[in-house]
Design a protein around this ligand. Structure first.
Ligand SMILES: C[S@@+](CC[C@H](N)C(=O)[O-])C[C@H]1O[C@@H](n2cnc3c(N)ncnc32)[C@H](O)[C@@H]1O
Length: 223
């Protein structure tokens, strides 16, 4: 039986919203829990688990065999070796925001399929890369697992860049006031306060970071 936490469960809920799950790829699959669940729950017709490293891919293969789940396992750096697999939806979860952005931006497949993206850090870098390069973030859900806040996004390529504010970069544009979002704001607030000290030390303007700090304080007050 696969143990799947709230973070990946949320990613699964967004996978269900994808336009076409004919061929789903879990990139950076590691244990392949996401890929296995997508297959077992019948969300995707055909599933590819891929990872840049052999060891995690083998771990995923063992997990799939032990649960009687049939899927392809392919070694690949991002989409590089799976560009011709006809992928219609893909997840890139549990990596840094900059790495996820670089995987998405250098792929042609990423422009054709629905993307489920879950950055562990630098979510603002990922949002910026997506909005500056014609991707729309159609959904963003905040979730807390083991007392840590995470964001999970669904994105699609439209070819149209999205305008954004400094606050949008750090908090996203889908700011539904849930407990998890407030928790996320607390984390953003703490790191913004630290960054502000560095900005002051360099005698640079603090307007943008002040606007973010005010927004986070407003979101977290009385909560
Ligand atoms: C922390 S695990 C995340 C596992 C799973 N996706 C999750 O969210 O729980 C990150 C995995 O990404 C893989 N990885 C790192 N860089 C990658 C890349 N450029 N392409 C494919 N996989 C990569 C690592 O080998 C590792 O197995």
């Amino acid at each position: 039986m696969t143990i799947i936490g709230k973070r990946l469960e949320t990613a699964i809920s967004l996978l269900k919203k994808c336009r076409n799950n004919e061929i789903f790829a879990d990139i950076g699959s590691d244990h392949a829990h996401f890929a296995i669940e997508a297959s077992k729950r019948g969300i995707a017709r055909s599933v590819i688990a891929s990872d840049i490293n052999k060891m995690p891919l083998e771990k995923g293969r063992e997990n799939a065999i032990s649960q009687n789940v049939d899927m392809k396992f392919i070694i690949s750096d991002g989409f590089d070796s799976i560009e011709n697999e006809g992928i219609t939806s893909a997840a890139i979860c549990g990596m840094g925001g900059e790495l996820i952005a670089s995987i998405v931006l250098r792929s042609q497949t990423a422009k054709k399929c629905d993307l489920i993206l879950q950055p562990m850090s630098a979510a603002e870098e990922l949002r910026k890369a997506l909005w500056d390069n014609g991707f729309e973030i159609t959904d963003e859900i905040f979730v807390v697992e083991n007392k840590k806040p995470y964001t999970v996004m669904r994105a699609v390529y439209t070819g149209i860049n999205t305008e954004y504010t400094y606050i949008d970069l750090y908090l996203g544009k889908k700011r539904e006031k849930t407990d998890a979002f407030v928790y996320y704001c607390e984390k953003v607030l703490n790191s913004a306060k630290k960054r502000r000290l560095g900005i002051i030390a360099k005698s640079e303007p603090t307007d943008e970071i002040d606007s973010l700090i005010s927004e986070c304080q407003m979101q977290t007050i009385n909560f």
